[in-house]
Design a protein around this ligand. Structure first.
Ligand code: GLN
Length: 540
């Protein structure tokens, strides 16, 4: 019988519910359990694919092409749970399914209602992940208890124990215990209120995970236990971590959350094996080297917009025992400011993915600077497209080359829509999405980094490298080193006559883990470290 854990949140948003859920998955998996992870998001968008990064942060793409919440990135980085489109449901997607069924007459004349039709659909989406090869499904509920739009989800998870037995379900509620400077005290009242609200809905949490800046202390834990009707040992402190998010699972283990969960769910399992994870944390705390990488993007002030990119850079740093200092640069600023000054002292440049015209010329200026000054360059998706535009403009003298995304009437559409995208008008879920195979040129930087000449990587874009320019660019020194198996789509371009210039049409950042850094990110950081060391040598 598959067990279910539900993770809800209260008091405020941004408590790190996704990270905590991923960490719970991590510690259970490390005790030998087979875990599946899932997120339910109460908003109406069918998926986050149509939302601006300002609204939502990064859109995380899965192998099957599902465009999902960025918390799924944490799930993949912390666990081995296979993820698919069934790992992320929104209200929009649930309602769409129910309305489609209603239009097909599947409700046989019944009145279609939130309870039971929407709640049944939610329950089916949760139970879908259960199965003979799954010990525990962890379902994280987005939003905060008390949100109007979250109610059908809470109602659905309230009902699940009635269907499958209370002993097979565990409710974990994450709250905040703030420190009030004026009173010089931690305050438990918001937690009490949040649990009260949950209990009004009919959910009694079994475990409370309490986010706090300071040590919770026995008195506060006892008070929370009493007022919230949970066992004392089930009030678990989760203090802010000094160095890194990768410390969270170790902190939860210290508080024996794993034992508590196993006991409450009646599960038995081996001892946790955290050796590699402890090594990751050791390396984060005590790096031997330091390297500075500039990320030039359009949503730079939004911490979550390039989440997986920043994580993948850190992972690659760990592989080289190096701390990666990320210099975030707003692309638009490089349209006016002195590029040399803005990029002074950086050991590598990365231009990530993006949409829309704003900041594109700044990105192009940045690539030019990296190419001419032999600074390691890593272009990802739009970062590949701007590299191709830059090369075409400046190395084969086609000064007005552009992508038709930004200049529909450019005389040299070196990035453009190919036939299969030209007919597409709807925006949701219609890009080139998900994992696709890519064949590598054996002697390329990429093939050496991967140690293979065939890879699979995830995509999320509409525009493509225009094959008409391929030979001319190659003759001028920009080579297509990776392509789709049919040879029609360019996936990787490189400049062989440069220390490290690799630009890819796909998103390698989605497949990097702290214990399995992505080969291209590793190669990029290695090149940046070499530059760093040779510059330090010159200065010494
Ligand atoms: N806007 C570009 C396209 O649609 C790049 C997309 C991306 O960087 N994810 O092709």
């Amino acid at each position: 019988m598959t067990k279910h854990i539900f993770v809800t949140g209260g008091v405020v948003s941004s408590l790190g519910k996704g990270l905590t859920s991923a960490s719970i998955g991590c510690i259970l998996e490390r005790r030998g359990l087979r875990v599946r992870m899932q997120k339910l998001d109460p908003y109406i968008n069918v998926d986050p694919g149509t939302m601006s990064p300002y609204q939502h942060g990064e859109v995380y793409v899965l192998d099957d092409g599902a465009e999902t919440d960025l918390d799924l990135g944490h799930y993949e980085r912390f666990t081995n749970s296979p993820l698919s489109k069934d790992s992320n449901f929104t209200s929009g997607r649930i309602y769409l399914k129910v309305i489609e069924k209603e239009r097909q007459g599947k409700y046989l004349g019944g009145t279609v209602q939130v309870v039971p039709h929407i709640t049944d659909e939610i329950k089916a989406s949760v139970r879908k992940l259960a199965g003979p090869d799954v010990d525990v499904v962890i379902t994280e509920l987005g939003g905060t208890v008390g949100d109007i739009e979250g109610l059908p989800f809470l109602e659905a998870i309230r009902q699940i124990p009635l269907d499958i037995g209370r002993e097979n379900c565990l409710f974990i509620h994450l709250t905040l215990v703030p420190y009030l400077k004026a009173a010089k005290e931690l305050k438990t009242k918001p937690t009490q209120h949040s649990v009260q609200q949950l209990r009004e809905i009919g959910i009694q949490p079994d475990v409370l995970i309490v986010r706090t800046e300071r040590e919770l202390g026995r008195d506060n834990a006892e008070k929370i236990a009493l007022f919230c009707n949970v066992e004392k040992k089930a009030v678990i402190e989760e203090r802010d971590k000094e160095f890194s998010i990768y410390e969270v699972p170790l902190g939860l283990l210290e508080h024996r959350l794993d034992d508590l969960i196993l006991k409450k769910l009646g599960l038995t399992a081996g001892e946790p094996d955290m050796e590699d994870w402890e090594e990751i944390v050791r390396r984060i705390r005590n790096p031997d080297h330091e390297v500075t990488v500039a990320v030039v993007g359009k949503y730079i002030e939004h911490r979550d917009a390039y989440k997986s990119i920043y994580e993948a850079l850190d992972h690659a740093g760990l592989a080289h025992r190096s701390r990666v200092i990320i210099k975030r640069i707003e692309a638009e600023e490089l349209e006016k400011a002195d590029v040399a000054q803005a990029l002074a002292g950086v050991d590598g440049l990365l231009v990530p993915g993006g949409f829309g015209k704003r900041g594109v010329e700044g990105k192009i200026n940045a690539v030019r600077f990296a190419r001419e000054n032999r600074i390691p360059y890593f272009g990802i998706c739009l970062g590949m497209q701007v590299a191709v535009i830059e090369y075409t403009r400046n190395m084969i003298d086609r000064p007005n080359a552009h992508s038709t995304e930004f200049a529909a009437d450019t005389p040299d559409p070196v990035i453009c829509l190919l036939e299969d995208q030209k007919q597409v008008t709807a925006k949701g879920g219609t890009m080139r999405l998900g994992a696709q195979r890519c064949l590598l040129q054996p002697d390329s930087i990429s093939a050496r980094a991967y140690g293979s000449d065939e890879v699979s990587e995830r995509h999320r874009h509409r525009y493509e490298f225009n094959p008409v320019y391929r030979d001319e660019l190659q003759a001028a020194g920009l080579h297509v080193m990776g392509q789709s198996p049919d040879g029609k789509l360019a996936e990787i371009v490189e400049i062989p006559d440069h220390p490290w210039f690799v630009a890819v049409q796909f998103h390698p950042e989605f497949k990097s883990k702290p214990n399995r850094p992505h080969p291209l990110f590793q190669g990029f950081i290695e090149a940046a470290l070499e530059r760093h060391n040779s510059r330090s040598a010159v200065m010494a």
